[in-house]
Design a protein around this ligand. Structure first.
Ligand code: SAH
Length: 345
């Protein structure tokens, strides 16, 4: 099988047998075409001799994403891409515009095995993990399509990033390489449903990324019903791992909390959140639920979301309500892929 060239770091590329007898400036040119100029084929690497391009084609694969569908929100400019991969699998990527610049939300797996009840990504099943190249390619596609600088990247699309940690590390190396996009880790968020061993590995790496924890419920019984992973990694040990992460890295954790009407928006939940997080380096990000087809849960109105936010603030927590960008184009994780997969069946 041909090697995925996009996923190789600069050092790895330099040490490849292929480049042994080729002048070293050629490695820099190839890396720059891939990660800075963001071409999507070897044929576009115009300053390389044709013979070299042909040899590259024979040795490496270029497993980028290919556009299937592009939806743009007329209200807030959010763009949602449905991409196919070289084996025909489908993933989604979202480009969001805010006053701090463009942000790309990428998928890390084809589908998801975590089984959260409110999430469309998990409903269409899990096929495989993405390669680092496939993750990079989503950012590069959105960059070329928008023609603008990408200010931040979120690993918050389809899949569980910490279930694909080695590829995520590879992705982080390449995206921050100054010969490529040069995006600092401080502008990258990685979201997890709470895989403790991987949170511990991340803590030891002491990266400058922002870790987001999808909490959604402050009690074990409630959380286990919403998120099966809580049966494996219950709250007490999960929060202990997160506290350790904060203490080791000095970085604030962002708690994702999807508000569900009449369930996790009560006074008791607010008080429990304060017990868990008050006075520590956490920020609570409230997200009104994006209802999916099965409708296991009901969403809240904007004013109800702000009401819950006020409860938390009064209890001494840092809390904001996330804007619902792209609501008019089904920008909630996994809905496009799921619809398209069902159509093809
Ligand atoms: N697996 C990772 C990242 C992907 S999900 C994680 O669990 O964090 C990205 C975020 O969207 C998570 O916080 C997830 O819980 C949330 N989410 C999923 N479905 C949603 C929905 N229907 N409405 C609101 N948020 C949702």
């Amino acid at each position: 099988m041909k090697k995925d060239i996009l996923g190789l770091s600069f050092e790895e590329l330099k040490n490849e047998d292929f480049f042994k007898d080729i002048p070293s400036y050629r490695v820099e040119q190839v890396f720059s075409w891939l990660h800075n100029k963001n071409v999507s084929s070897f044929d576009e690497m115009l300053n390389l001799p044709k013979s070299l391009r042909e040899n590259l084609k024979e040795t490496y694969s270029f497993n980028g994403v290919a556009l299937v569908k592009r939806l743009e929100s007329p209200t807030d400019g959010t763009v949602k891409y449905l991409f196919s991969l070289s084996d025909g699998e489908l993933i989604e990527t979202v480009l969001l515009k805010s006053n701090r610049g463009l942000s790309v939300c990428i998928s890390t797996e084809v589908g998801c095995k975590m089984g959260c009840r409110f999430c469309a990504s998990t409903k269409a099943g899990f096929s495989r993990k993405l390669t680092a190249g496939e993750m990079l390619s989503q950012v590069y596609y959105a960059r070329v399509d928008s023609g603008e600088r990408i200010g931040s990247v979120m690993l918050m699309g389809i899949g569980e990033p910490l279930d694909n940690l080695n590829m995520v590390f590879r992705f982080l190396d390449n995206i921050s390489d100054s010969r490529g996009l040069g995006l600092s880790h401080r502008h990258i968020s990685v979201s997890t449903c709470g895989l403790i061993p991987e949170i511990n590995i991340l803590a030891e790496k002491r990266l400058q990324i922002t870790l987001s924890l999808s909490l959604h419920a402050p009690f074990d019984d409630m959380r286990s019903e919403m998120m099966p992973i809580n049966n494996t990694y219950p709250l007490k040990s999960l929060i202990a791992a997160c506290d350790n992460y904060v203490n080791t890295t000095g970085r604030r954790i962002s708690i994702e909390y999807t508000i569900i009407k009449g369930k996790n928006d009560t006074k008791i939940c607010a008080e429990r959140l304060a017990e868990l997080f008050k006075g520590k380096l956490y920020h609570i990000n409230l997200i009104p639920l994006n209802e999916i087809k099965e409708k296991p849960y009901e969403s809240v109105s904007k004013s109800e979301a702000y009401e819950f936010q006020n409860k938390l603030i009064k209890l001494g927590l840092n809390a904001t309500v996330r804007r619902r960008l792209g609501a008019d184009i089904d920008a909630a994780c996994g809905q496009l892929r799921r619809d398209e997969t069902e159509k093809r069946m």
